[in-house]
Design a protein around this ligand. Structure first.
Ligand code: PGA
Length: 252
């Protein structure tokens, strides 16, 4: 069975030195006590990936991911980073479809599907982020939106080892960075729905695909969230920036 994934999305925060310091402090607070059924994934900005990977070294239970990549091997794509460049830095995971990429940078389902496919093909493991806006929720479109985001990105994948290569993060857009965490019944409903949709796509392999919750996860709400059925980890933004606060989430 896959371990619970405790992921830190540092967004556009931290220089190399700050990222190294936070990583070192986090490891000293958690490494000795990390339960055997949990792992930590740090997702710093591109510029700090190599330093975080070097700080982690070969320590088990800790890994590095990227926040983004462009779905091409190489080429004239000024400003972009390829999956091979990330793998070369010691980075094995990447986010695709974070709500900030969808909304601020207008990445649509079709482009995100290309990224998922290409990233997996090149050897990256993918964390596909999905979630509804407040308006979509109010209009009763939760299932329609999640269904579209999942099926468009995953329908043609067909990898046999999918459960070790793919993670889905359910992050309601209205709960990201707002301090407004979804109610446990909302999380349960959405995660149950995601699991049932994954089963339609991947049949029994879907049972071991991890589904993370993200959106205002904090040290004081982690224990309630992490124990819910179908919650296989968390994706944390704001509360992951300080080692002390993220360590309480990792161990919480
Ligand atoms: P938050 O961000 O924890 O600050 O709400 C979560 C995310 O963006 O992944």
């Amino acid at each position: 069975m896959n371990k619970k994934c405790m992921a830190a999305n540092w967004k556009m925060f931290k220089t190399r030195q700050e990222a190294e310091e936070t990583t070192r402090e986090l490891m000293s607070l958690t490494a000795a006590k990390l339960p055997s059924d949990r792992e930590v994934l740090l997702i710093p900005p591109f510029t700090a990936i190599a330093s975080v990977a070097a700080t982690i070294g070969s320590k088990t239970g800790f890994g590095v991911g990227a926040q983004n990549f462009y779905p091409a091997e190489n080429g004239a794509y000024t400003g972009e980073i390829s999956p091979d460049m990330l793998l070369d830095l010691g980075c094995s995971w990447a986010l695709v479809g974070h709500s900030e990429r969808r909304h601020l940078f207008h990445e649509d389902n079709e482009f995100l599907a290309q990224k998922v496919r290409f990233g997996l093909e090149r050897g990256l493991n993918i964390i596909l982020c999905i979630g509804e806006t407040l308006n979509e929720r109010k209009n009763g479109q939760l299932a329609t939106i999640l269904n579209k985001q999942l099926t468009s990105a995953l329908s043609d994948i067909g990898y046999t080892d999918i459960a070790s290569r793919l993670v889905v993060a359910y992050e309601p857009v209205w709960a990201i960075g707002t301090g407004e965490v979804a109610r446990t019944e909302d999380i349960r409903e959405a995660h149950d729905y995601v699991r049932s949709e994954l089963k339609k796509i991947f049949s029994s392999a879907a049972d071991s695909i991890r589904i993370l919750y993200g959106g205002s996860v904090k040290p004081d709400n982690i224990s309630e969230i992490i124990t819910l059925d179908n919650v296989d980890g968390v994706l944390v933004g704001g509360a992951s920036l300080q080692a002390e606060s993220f360590s309480r989430i990792v161990l919480g």
